[in-house]
Ligand binder design. Structure first.
Ligand code: SAM
Length: 172
């Protein structure tokens, strides 16, 4: 079970980036996406995608993020440009344990660096939580996450040109 915890979402300002973190979490193999700030528009956007494109994928809110992080049983990974290289980190992750991936928006409090078992950098340059999450999950799964089947109402029929969407509910 892989949970992505999106820390410090600022409603309005971070709506698009947080929604994209949730979309990446789902599409790249995580099972749950947890917001530390309630934002109905983000929750609705993500739930709409899950309803149409499938899961299983859960979206939740944990406003007491400190208690949630401290109480998490498994491996806690904090994505930060100050951490150890991602390729070294994934070798240290025990796949039999639940995993929590902590990604920031605003400044991340110092205690997070101490509580998490691994502080992981996707390169040591500042960039984006969306990019960091995508690359971390891709390295973790070695690319196999892209082959995952989603049980949705629609699916894409891949083709060299054009766009084909299959409606799996059988309606015309
Ligand atoms: N200014 C904030 C701070 O000092 O904590 C960070 C802002 S950054 C745009 C938002 C998030 O992107 C970070 O909390 C981190 O999770 C992620 N991030 C950015 N660059 C990263 C990198 N090189 N490696 C891993 N994660 C990164």
């Amino acid at each position: 079970m892989i949970t992505v915890l999106r820390y410090g979402h600022r409603p309005g300002r971070d709506k698009r980036v947080t929604t994209h973190c949730g979309l990446v979490a789902r599409a790249f193999g995580a099972d749950r996406f947890v917001l530390t700030t309630r934002d109905e528009s983000v929750l609705r956007s993500l739930q709409d995608i899950v309803d149409r494109w499938g899961g299983p994928f859960e979206v939740a809110v944990e406003e007491n993020w400190r208690q949630y992080l401290r109480g998490f049983r498994g491996t806690r990974v904090h994505l930060t440009m100050y951490g150890i290289p991602v390729d070294e980190a994934v070798k240290r992750i025990d796949p039999s344990q639940d995993l929590l991936v902590f990604v920031g928006a605003e400044k991340v409090p110092p205690e997070v660096y101490d509580v998490c078992e691994l502080n992981v950098a996707v390169g040591n340059q500042p960039h984006s939580e969306i990019a960091a999450l995508a690359i971390f999950l891709d390295r973790l799964f070695g690319g196999r996450e892209l082959e995952r089947e989603f049980r949705g109402k629609v699916r894409v029929e891949p083709m060299e040109r054009g766009k084909k969407l299959i409606n799996l509910e059988g309606s015309p």
